[in-house]
Design a protein around this ligand. Structure first.
Ligand code: HEM
Length: 515
């Protein structure tokens, strides 16, 4: 028995134990109090009832096209709605006043956790970074999107559009085919040349290793975002996707790194020779076109030092943000124009009045005249915004539409639903480009229409995107008449990183001369 007494004495609680236990208890109570406060604040907001602990997690465990329908159903609860997915509350915003609180704020700039699945590929480039890094990069990159610089890209937009039109000519026999990949590959060629200054010829060879890796990694990130069980690193690894993801990553990063290294070398060599020689182009007064990558190299030498890795983050971000979004937007415009023959006739009339039936390249002056075409693009981005929702994580409490929203909540602006508010857009489902005539925009809330987001974290590439869209779309419509074959009520939407039709964009094309 002596051994038992000795053991008991050894384990008898000391002051240290009391302090330790009291601290644990205090921390637990504090956590419970905070959690309860959070729950009671969130519970005041309308939303689906959900199950204990799971919330609405089972409702969102559905096929991708049903998931988007669910998201829109949740928004029916109100312009501000809540939904619990397990222990995590999500706030869904589909009203302009509430969207303004988040998008115009200088405080709520942090992206939600979903964006972290892009980090291995994009690092913390402009889209995914936060705090001082985001601030300084945004300041550095803004001049790269100046109109004067974008003007130089018109030639690329024209050249790649001509390749696309040539490819489409082979399909313009009135039979149905999916035009989506034709437009996507063209947008990919455009972004490779404008962002990196490299010609990948995706339209000529869509089997290239780089093109395949780009698409595969996009779809892997999307799957991970949509399926909560793939989110922990361990499960992603066990699923086998991690290996595939890393293989794609290697192809993409090797490509960007090689390009950056060789362009930096060329840039430095060019600088050395600058005073000694003039290049052949300069001798005939022709200015060399600079890709975004060249501009970053120049800023890196003159404004703020950027490592090759810093530059890669930004160039990869442009590659990611800058092609799927524009490709989807052009497809949606074409889909809606192809479903509305009267509007298509008006667009053809506008294009004929500018180009008179010639197939000459499009100039900046032409772009300014394409008012109706531009309004069709804007209206298509209203009905089918390429980025259908965007999310922030609150780093401090916020007051939205009289509700106090606690720190840590993920706030998602559901652009797709916001753009269908009947108070801002009467008969919201109707495709009516005249909504964007200046006189019809006057009374609209400034945050009712935000396809490029708004406020400090808006899309840096929106002018580039609109120019590209106008040029690609008008090249198609100058050559062809388009007929959409899917009715609006039969559309099934996939609303992941980018909003796209589940079954592509099957259309019939006919050469214009035939009509
Ligand atoms: C129709 C085409 C496009 C649409 C609809 C679009 C839409 C958007 C939206 C909604 C955001 C905010 C995302 C968020 O807060 O999560 C965004 C951000 C961004 N976009 Fe675009 N985008 C388009 C084209 C482009 C292009 C062509 C580029 C570059 C060449 C680009 C580069 C970026 C970048 C770098 C950001 C992050 C900006 C920041 O956080 O400071 N986008 N875009």
């Amino acid at each position: 028995m002596t051994w038992l007494r000795t053991e008991l004495l050894r384990w008898a609680p000391t002051d240290l134990h009391y302090v330790f236990l009291t601290s644990i208890l205090a921390l637990t109570l504090f956590w419970l109090f905070r959690r309860q406060r959070k729950i009671s604040m969130i519970e005041k907001i309308p939303g689906p009832k959900g199950l204990p602990i799971l919330g609405s997690a089972l409702d969102v465990n559905v096929a991708p096209s049903e998931l988007f329908v669910k998201l829109c159903d949740f928004c029916e609860y109100g312009r501000v709605a809540k939904v619990w997915i397990g222990p995590q509350p999500y706030l869904l915003i589909s009203g302009a006043r509430a969207a303004e609180v988040i998008l115009s704020s200088q405080k709520h700039l942090d992206k939600s956790r979903d964006y972290s699945f892009l980090h291995p590929w994009l690092g913390t480039g402009l889209l995914t970074s936060t705090g001082t890094k985001w601030h300084s990069r945004r300041k550095l990159l803004t001049p790269a999107f100046h109109f004067k610089i974008l003007e130089d890209f018109v030639e690329v937009f024209n050249q790649q559009s001509s390749v696309m039109v040539q490819r489409l000519q082979k399909k313009a026999d009135g039979n149905t085919f999916d035009i989506f990949p034709y437009i996507t590959l063209c947008a990919l060629d455009v972004i490779c040349e404008t962002a990196m200054g490299r010609v990948v010829g995706a339209q000529a060879d869509s089997d290239s290793e780089y093109v395949k890796a780009l698409y595969r990694i996009g779809s892997l990130v999307q799957q991970r975002q949509a399926r909560p069980w793939l989110q922990p690193d361990l499960f992603f690894k066990l699923s086998g996707y991690q290996k595939e993801h890393d293989a794609c990553l290697k192809v993409l990063h090797d490509f960007s790194n090689d390009t950056i290294r060789s362009r930096r070398f060329e840039y430095l060599e060019g600088k050395k020779n600058e005073d000694q020689n003039t290049t052949e182009d300069e001798a005939i007064g022709k200015k060399k076109r600079l890709a975004f990558l060249d501009l970053l190299l120049e800023y890196s030498e003159t404004v703020s030092r950027l490592s090759n890795e810093d530059i890669r983050e930004e160039v990869d971000t442009f590659m990611f943000e800058g092609h799927d979004t524009t490709a989807a937007a052009i497809n949606w415009s074409l889909y809606l124009i192809g479903s509305n023959p009267e509007i298509q006739a008006r667009v053809h009339e506008e294009l004929d009045s500018i180009f008179g039936g010639s197939d000459r390249p499009i100039t900046m002056a032409d772009l300014r005249e394409m008012k109706l075409t531009e309004n069709c693009i804007k209206e298509a981005l209203r009905l089918f915004p390429s980025v259908p929702s965007l999310a922030r994580e609150l780093k401090e409490d916020a007051v939205i539409d009289d509700y106090r929203i606690p720190t840590g909540t993920t706030v998602t602006v559901v652009t797709y639903c916001l753009h269908r508010d009947p108070e801002q857009f009467p008969n919201p489902e109707v495709f009516d480009p005249d909504r964007f005539l200046p006189e019809n925009c006057k009374s609209r809330h400034p945050y009712a229409y935000v396809p490029f987001s708004a406020g400090p974290r808006n899309c840096i590439g929106q002018k580039f995107a609109l120019m590209e869209e106008k040029i690609l779309l008008s090249h198609i419509l100058r050559s062809f008449r388009v007929e959409s074959t899917v009715k609006r009520e039969d559309l099934r939407l996939i609303g992941e990183l980018v909003l796209r039709p589940e079954n592509g964009n099957p259309v019939k094309l006919l050469p214009r001369e035939a009509h």
